[in-house]
Structure formats: structure tokens, C-alpha cells
Design a protein around this ligand. Structure first.
Ligand SMILES: NC(=O)c1ccc[n+]([C@@H]2O[C@H](COP(=O)([O-])OP(=O)(O)OC[C@H]3O[C@@H](n4cnc5c(N)ncnc54)[C@H](OP(=O)(O)O)[C@@H]3O)[C@@H](O)[C@H]2O)c1
Length: 314
């Protein structure tokens, strides 16, 4: 039997149930992956609570888009993957499980030098960070502001932007400042007086702003710091982006991402895995939980201050 975490009605973390289900069989063109680690992302809670609208629930929903594990069964027509292969699953559907069904085209090989936790931590956060930076146009010499620099997206964005040659100022709670400095950013506390502190941190101003928080404070500060709103991109305030005149990728934006933007997110897996294996990219793990404690893991992420990546280890 497989174990999975599911919900059948919208609500808080308490609607998550741990259930036993028959072992899934690999479909034609797909595989079954024994999950070693699954990433918990804020979107999982937004969908489960109904903050992010989704179609009516007609069957149990298993959360989770990020997983890494071992191929344990291979379906007909799959030539490139074998039992025992260590993989990351791109855009997983229902990663909070011991046994995940995935299409062969969703698999990316996990290098030996990357841990299961690291491998499961990169998908949504690093893909989003990489795509947003490239779409915004971050290049060598850019002065970039990141709202939410201490989140999993923010920590990835700081490192990737530094590699592109940008100067990075990033907002975070003071407890995270030392870490953000080590990752290469100039940290600034959010809260009253934010705009003054941000001006002081970059006296010559900002070229581009990535909003990974979506608060009025972050958006209003951005409007004071740059005149041309096309230089501001959000991954959270998607529903308001058109009205505000800023760019948005996902995050509730009614305009879907372009094929190019989706391709950038897919490209990020191999880029991040290679960098991690080479010791040139760091993933901060806040805490891991057994699968059966998924509700606790959700509570930590939904506190808004997990302090790094939260993972489930089936
Ligand atoms: N559009 C997309 O495709 C996409 C993809 C990934 C994520 N997202 C969204 O992006 C956001 C960040 O994701 P994540 O995975 O990085 O989250 P995370 O790891 O849970 O981090 C949350 C971040 O929010 C910061 N924060 C909390 N309250 C704040 C406030 N009042 N003002 C300023 N910052 C505050 C925290 O800073 P401190 O802990 O330092 O206080 C922390 O940096 C989430 O809303 C998520 O849903 C969107």
C-alpha cells in the first residue's frame, strides 16, 4: 500500500488526512517514483484553504508540486528511465505521497552530489526565481530589490541574481539578515520606514524590483522607488497586477504564463541541480517532517516565516 496526504474539503491544515491507498501502477509513458522528499510550498496552503480559487472538489486532492525520489516501476513505452534511477519530478501532481505517478517527460536526473532534501526543494522556488529574474531582465550591473529575500524564492533569487552580476538589496526580518548577507544581498528590514531604508541601501536607485511578498507595503514602496512600473514584477499580487501596471508571473495572475516563461522554469531544474552539485548554490532547509505530520509542516509554512524550505520525508 502507498500512503498519501489528501483533503476532501477546503480549510485549514486540519483538513489534511493521511490515508492508505493501493500502490499506483505506472501508466503508459510514465513511471512510479518512491518519494524520498517532497517540498511544501505556500501555494499548497493557498489552494487547500481556498485563498487561491480552484474548481469544486470532486475527488480527494493530494497537494504538492515538488518531489524527488527513486523510480520503482516503469510503464510501457518508457525507454530512457529504469527502476533505481534517482530523479526530481518537475511539476509533480500530488507530491505528498510515498508513491508518485509521473510522466517520463517530467523527470530530471538527480546528480549523486545532491541530497534528496535539496532535490525536492528547488522546483517551485528556484524555477520561479530564475524565470522571474530573466523575464525582468536582470543582467550584469543591475541594481535589484527583492521583497521577501528570506523566503525560499527570495534566497534562490538572491543567489541567481548575484551570479548574473546584479547588486541585490533584499527585505527580511532582522533575524534573517546575517544569512542574506552571506548569500550576497544587502538586507533591509521591512516595516515602518521601509522606503527610507531602501533609499539609503541604494542611493543611486533601483533598476528592477521583484516582489515575492505582495503586501501593500512592498508594492507602495516599489512605486516610490521606480517610476516605470514595467520594471516591477510580482509573483504574489497577480490579481492586481494589470490594474497596478506591474508585471506578474502566476500568483493569481489571470493572464497565463507564456511558453517561454514556462520553459525558463523547466530549465531551472538542471541549472540548479548542477550548481548544487558543484557547491555553488545553497538551499536552506528550515525543517523536515514525516509525511504523517503534513499538517504541522503546513502550519509552519503558513506562519509566513518558515525560515527556509520545509520538506516532507515519506
Ligand atoms: N507566482 C508563482 O509562480 C509563485 C511561485 C512560488 C512562490 N510564490 C509566492 O511567493 C511567496 C513567497 O514564496 P516562498 O516559497 O519564498 O515563501 P516562504 O519561503 O514561505 O517565505 C515567506 C517570506 O515572506 C516574508 N514575509 C512574511 N510576512 C511578511 C511581511 N508582512 N512583509 C514582508 N515580508 C514578509 C518572510 O520574511 P521573514 O521570515 O524574514 O519575515 C519570508 O521571506 C508566496 O506568497 C508564494 O505563494 C509564487
Amino acid at each position: 500500500m502507498a500512503t498519501q496526504v489528501q483533503y476532501t474539503r477546503l480549510g485549514g491544515p486540519e483538513v489534511l488526512e493521511v490515508v492508505e491507498v493501493p500502490d499506483p501502477q505506472p501508466p503508459a509513458g510514465g513511471v512510479v517514483v518512491a518519494v524520498r522528499a517532497a517540498g511544501v510550498n505556500p501555494i499548497d496552503g493557498k489552494l487547500r484553504s481556498g485563498v487561491r480559487p480552484s474548481p469544486p472538489i470532486t475527488e480527494p486532492r493530494v497537494p504538492g508540486s515538488d518531489a524527488a525520489g527513486v523510480v520503482v516501476a516503469v510503464g510501457e513505452g518508457v525507454d530512457d528511465w529504469r527502476e533505481g534511477d534517482e530523479v526530481v519530478v518537475r511539476n509533480a501532481r500530488g507530491a505528498y505521497t510515498t508513491h508518485l505517478v509521473a510522466g517520463a517527460s517530467q523527470l530530471v536526473r538527480k546528480p549523486a552530489g545532491v541530497t534528496w532534501e535539496q532535490a525536492a526543494a528547488i522546483g517551485v522556488p528556484v524555477g520561479t526565481a530564475y524565470q522571474a529574474l530573466i523575464s525582468l531582465g536582470v543582467v550584469d550591473g543591475t541594481t535589484l530589490l527583492i521583497h521577501g529575500g528570506s523566503g525560499s524564492v527570495g534566497r534562490a533569487a538572491i543567489q541567481l541574481a548575484r551570479r548574473l552580476g546584479a547588486t541585490v538589496v533584499a527585505t527580511a526580518s532582522p533575524a534573517n539578515h546575517e544569512r542574506l548577507r552571506a548569500l550576497g544581498a544587502h538586507p533591509v528590514a521591512y516595516g515602518p520606514g521601509l522606503v527610507d531604508r531602501l533609499r539609503e541601501a541604494a542611493p543611486r536607485g533601483y533598476d528592477l524590483i521583484l516582489d515575492a511578498v505582495g503586501t501593500d507595503e512592498a508594492l507602495n514602496a516599489s512605486f516610490e522607488l521606480v517610476d516605470d512600473r514595467s520594471r516591477i514584477g510580482t509573483i504574489v499580487a497577480g490579481p492586481r497586477a494589470a490594474e497596478l501596471g506591474i508585471r506578474a508571473w502566476g500568483g493569481g495572475n489571470p493572464i497565463p504564463m507564456t511558453p517561454t516563461e514556462n520553459a525558463l522554469r523547466d530549465d531551472a531544474y538542471a541549472i540548479a541541480l548542477d550548481l548544487i552539485a558543484a557547491g555553488e548554490f545553497e538551499v536552506d532547509i528550515a525543517r523536515t517532517f514525516p509525511l504523517r505530520e503534513a499538517a504541522e509542516a503546513a502550519r509552519l509554512v503558513e506562519s509566513g516565516h518558515p525560515g527556509g524550505k520545509v520538506l516532507l520525508l515519506p
